[in-house]
Every structure is written in C-alpha cells, then in structure tokens.
Design a protein around this ligand. Structure first.
Ligand code: NAI
Length: 261
C-alpha cells in the first residue's frame, strides 16, 4: 500500500481571477479567497461596485486584492484582464467564470433575439474566451490550474420565461465537460457549480414572501441559500488537494434538483 499522502488544502499564495465580483456570489467568493490568503483580481461590469468590494476586503485586513472594470462581452477586455492579473500578481492559477444576469423573456416577444445574444455572449461565449486567454498561465500553475464555471440549476432543467438563460447555462455545463476533457493533459481541471436559489442581486427583485413560498415548496432545506454557501464550495474545488476532480457538475441548491415531489 502507498504511504498516506497529506495533500495541500490551502489556496494561500494562489492567484485568482474572477468575473462578476461586485455583487452576490462573486463578491462573497472574492472575500473568501482573500481571507484564505489568495491574491485576487476582482472584476465586474460595474467598476465602482467592484472597487467598493476591494475596499471592503482591504478594510478587513487583506491587501492582495485588485479591482478592475470588465465587460465580459468584450473579447479584447477579457485578454486585458488576464494580462492585468499576471502583471499585478505574476501568475494566474484559478479562474472563476461567474458574471451573469437574468432577463425574463417569452419566445413570442420581439426582444427574445436580443436577450438570447446578450445571454449567450455574457454567460457562455465569454467563459470559453476567458479560459483560452488564461490557458498559458493556468498550464504554468505549479500545482495545477483550476477553472470553475458558475452555471445554475437552470443548466439542469428549465423554469418558464428563461429560455436564453437556460440555454446559456446548459451550454456552460457542456463547455465544462469539453474543457475538462481537452485540458486535463495540461494539468488544468475544469468544474462547474450549479447554484439553486441564492439571495443575490439577481434574485433581489423577488419579494421575500414569494421566495419563502417557492423555497418551502421546492427546496428540501426550505430556504434560499446565501452567497457564502456557494463561495465555500467554489473554494473547495480550487484547493490543490482537489486535484482529481475534473468535469464535475455540482449542484449547490439545498437538494432542489433531486427533489421529485
Ligand atoms: P448578482 O447580480 O448579485 O451578481 C452578478 C454580477 O455580474 C453583477 O455584479 C453584475 O454587474 C455582473 N455582470 C453582469 N453582466 C456582466 C458583464 N457583461 N460583464 C461583467 N460582469 C457582469 O448575481 P449572482 O446571483 O451573484 O450571479 C452570479 C452568477 O450566479 C451568475 O452567473 C448567475 O447566473 C448565477 N446564478 C445565480 C443564482 C441565484 O439564485 N442568485 C442561481 C443560479 C446561478
């Protein structure tokens, strides 16, 4: 039998690039990685918002954090974010594709086409572009590069009026599997988290009463999750010890996706 091998469970000193970090799960993830000793490049379409998050993190005593405005729909800006991360911290070990938005639309509406294009651009095409831009650095990462894509339980099924979002999130699951297969030999793992209903900017407009009714009906844990509950699972996928997890699609949904009735 091989001797027992203790594996590294810390992201301390690793460099993280994350999108959509001004709010919700991205913000919680930036906080958590900074607390764990990672160097964090936090980006968001909302430049002021992400700078404010960086200030919060610095105020907590963690100085290895930088913020930058980034529209993930802009291919050149994605390349710029990778360069800025490497310039600031000298490496890029972990990439988290998190930015997203939800805009309800019915197939009969004229706006469907526009929402489709925007959803696919921001929540699918950007992921592959950023992974490919970051790849040389992820491959050079000493203990193996990590990619985590944030999809959704909308990637596993569909709720009404969500077509473009559902299609993008199903695509993220396919992209995760494809990247896992193609990048494994380069020592880069690619995994995906499917959050269920989480209290963030995206669900802000849903009245609390509706949230409660929905959660009690659909979620075995009978409540919405909080962003930190997703951030901690993301972290666990990025530790060096998670070295044999590749291509996994992990629901973080209080059990919603396995509940039949
Ligand atoms: P949020 O609204 O709190 O945060 C999303 C962030 O993405 C915002 O700061 C926003 O400015 C940013 N963003 C939007 N478009 C962007 C663009 N073009 N470029 C760069 N940044 C952009 O929402 P939340 O929930 O934290 O969203 C994070 C991810 O989680 C999204 O991909 C979302 O689809 C996913 N998700 C959310 C669920 C929920 O219940 N809140 C459930 C399942 C998945």
């Amino acid at each position: 039998m091989l001797p027992y091998q203790p594996l590294n469970r810390s992201v301390a000193g690793k460099t993280l690039l994350i999108t959509g970090a001004a709010s919700g799960m991205g913000r919680a993830t930036a906080h958590l990685f900074a607390r764990e000793g990672a160097k964090v490049m936090a980006t968001d379409l909302n430049g002021d918002g992400v700078e404010a998050v960086a200030e919060e993190i610095r105020a907590d005593g963690f100085s290895d954090i930088q913020a930058m405005a980034l529209d993930v729909a802009d291919p050149e800006a994605l390349k710029g974010a990778v360069s800025a991360t490497v310039e600031a911290f000298g490496a890029l070990d972990i990439l988290i594709n998190n930015a997203g938005f939800a805009r309800p639309v019915h197939p009969k509406e004229e706006a469907y086409e526009e929402v489709w294009q925007a959803s696919l651009n921001v929540m699918l095409t950007a992921h592959q572009r950023l992974i490919r831009a970051a790849l040389p650095h992820l491959m050079a990462s000493s203990e193996g590069g990590r990619v985590v894509n944030i999809a959704s339980t909308e990637g596993l099924g569909a709720t009404p009026l969500n077509g473009p979002y559902v299609a993008a999130k199903h695509g993220v699951i396919g992209l995760t599997r494809a990247m896992a297969v193609d990048l494994g030999r380069d020592g880069v793992t690619c995994n995906c988290i499917c959050p269920g209903p989480i209290i963030t900017g995206i669900t802000d407009g849903i009245p609390d009463e509706h949230k409660e009714i929905y959660a009690k009906r659909r979620v075995p844990l009978r409540r919405y999750g909080i962003p930190e509950e997703v951030a901690n699972i993301t972290l666990s996928l990025c530790i060096p010890a998670a070295s044999y997890l590749n291509g996994a699609i992990i629901p973080v949904d209080g059990g919603m996706s396995i509940k039949n009735a």
